[in-house]
Ligand binder design. Structure first.
Ligand SMILES: Cc1cc2nc3c(=O)[nH]c(=O)nc-3n(C[C@H](O)[C@H](O)[C@H](O)COP(=O)(O)OP(=O)(O)OC[C@H]3O[C@@H](n4cnc5c(N)ncnc54)[C@H](O)[C@@H]3O)c2cc1C
Length: 385
């Protein structure tokens, strides 16, 4: 049995940030299921890692933290922060270096020595119990004990990066409530048009979400680049509608989905009046999109104003593999959100996407990972032992 002060389950965004910030006197281990650390992080922001957003209240602490580990940042005109080098790989390297830096090795260090975290990859945690006040953490090949446990396993979105929802089972086994989880920030499968003819096209549009023909309250009305796929719509502005496509109490998911549609305004810089005299959308739209829009204009008799209100019935929301985030998760009412410590199990900390906390695209979900990791590390650093 390997003994540590703090065991971190999950070497992704939150796990690495927590390890980087824990006091070096603590013996820390990171158990990561994948063969490498930060695998999902490498894919974030299209490989650029959108770290945080101007609109996040905790963004200054995040930027200070990254500056402290050598990562300078810049903000684009949409308010999204990226590493100055535009490379997620550099973020992973800086986090890993900060997490593992120390005079010695956490495996062999005596208590009180300054050591870096010991990293165990290919180590999926299968079981956690608390025995005689200490956590006992098991993987297929090893057992670990620790005084404090940080669960940083992420959610279920994009399981190809290792996040298969294991943390929910562990949290439940320790007595926590886990709410229903569903994939969000995904492309949407739609009807209403032959997408095979449009796939690959990108066009500027303002998109909005309707349920039973009525705008969905709270859903954003964002202008951005809409991407046509072979079966529907994609792009950040479309992703941000998906948290609002959901079943109501007692309603089946398929019945609920059939009530939604996405409306795209492909001429957001023009009024309907500006378009009145037009007999074709060509010149505002281009290529196959203009051709198909013109066919639809003829069929519906709407004229060019049609392209300001092009309605696509929703057929389904793409599943976990395509999702950038998980909606739902560990009930935050059972967590002290200032320290991230469980209110049910002392010295158990939960961070990141595992929790029932989710934001839109734009750096909000990574901000949640950094922020909860910072709070957990600060709380553990301040604990008596
Ligand atoms: C393609 C893509 C792009 C994204 N881009 C952005 C972006 O630019 N900006 C943004 O804010 N958000 C983005 N997100 C969302 C963001 O990546 C996540 O919200 C964030 O990484 C969650 O951090 P986390 O630490 O909770 O979990 P993760 O970073 O997912 O890390 C969890 C880690 O735990 C490991 N793990 C899981 N189970 C076990 C187990 N049983 N034992 C051991 N280890 C385990 C996993 O392998 C993983 O390495 C993106 C998501 C995807 C899929």
């Amino acid at each position: 049995m390997r003994e540590y002060d703090v065991c971190i389950v999950g070497g992704g965004a939150a796990g690495l940030a927590a390890a980087a910030l824990l006091k070096k006197e603590l013996r820390v281990c990171i158990l990561e299921k994948n063969e490498i650390l930060g695998r999902k992080l490498a894919a974030t922001g299209g490989g650029r890692c959108n770290l945080t957003n101007r609109a996040c209240s905790g963004k200054d602490a995040t930027l200070d933290f990254f500056a402290s580990i050598g990562i300078e940042t810049y903000c684009d005109e949409e308010g999204r922060y990226y590493p100055y080098t535009n490379r997620a790989a550099d973020v992973i390297k800086a986090l890993t270096d900060a997490a593992t830096a120390g005079k010695g090795d956490a495996e062999t260090a005596e208590k009180g020595d300054a050591a870096g975290a010991a990293v165990f990859c290919n180590s999926a945690v299968t079981d956690v119990t608390k025995e005689d006040g200490r956590f006992v953490i098991k993987t297929a090949k090893d057992s670990f004990t620790a005084d404090c446990l940080i669960l940083a396993t992420g959610g279920k979105a994009a399981p190809q990066y290792g996040t298969t929802g294991d943390g929910y089972g562990i949290a439940r086994s320790l007595g926590h409530t886990v709410g229903r989880v569903y994939p969000i920030l995904t492309p949407v499968e739609c009807g209403g048009v032959d997408f095979q003819k449009l796939k690959g096209i990108r066009a500027k549009a303002q998109v909005s979400l309707y349920r039973d023909g009525v705008p969905v309250e709270g859903a954003p009305k964002e202008t951005g680049e809409v991407q046509f796929t072979d079966d529907g719509l994609s792009g950040i502005c479309v992703f941000n509608l998906t948290p609002f496509i959901k079943a109501e109490e007692g309603e089946s998911v398929s019945d609920a989905i059939a009530r939604y549609s996405i409306t795209a305004d492909f001429a957001p810089d023009f009024t309907a009046g500006d378009l009145q005299e037009r007999t074709s959308s060509f010149g505002i739209l281009t290529g196959a999109l203009a051709e198909i829009a013109d066919e639809q204009m003829a069929d519906t008799g709407c004229g060019a104003a049609f392209i300001k209100d092009w309605r696509f019935p929703v057929k389904s929301v793409k599943g976990w593999r395509y999702a950038q985030c998980t909606a739902g998760g560990v009930d935050t009412a059972e967590i002290d959100m200032e320290t991230m410590e469980s209110k049910l199990v002392p010295r158990l900390y939960m961070t990141g996407e595992l929790l029932d906390v989710q934001g839109p695209c734009g750096g909000f979900n990574l901000q949640n990972a950094w922020e909860t990791a910072m709070k957990a590390a600060k709380a553990i650093n301040g604990k008596d032992r």
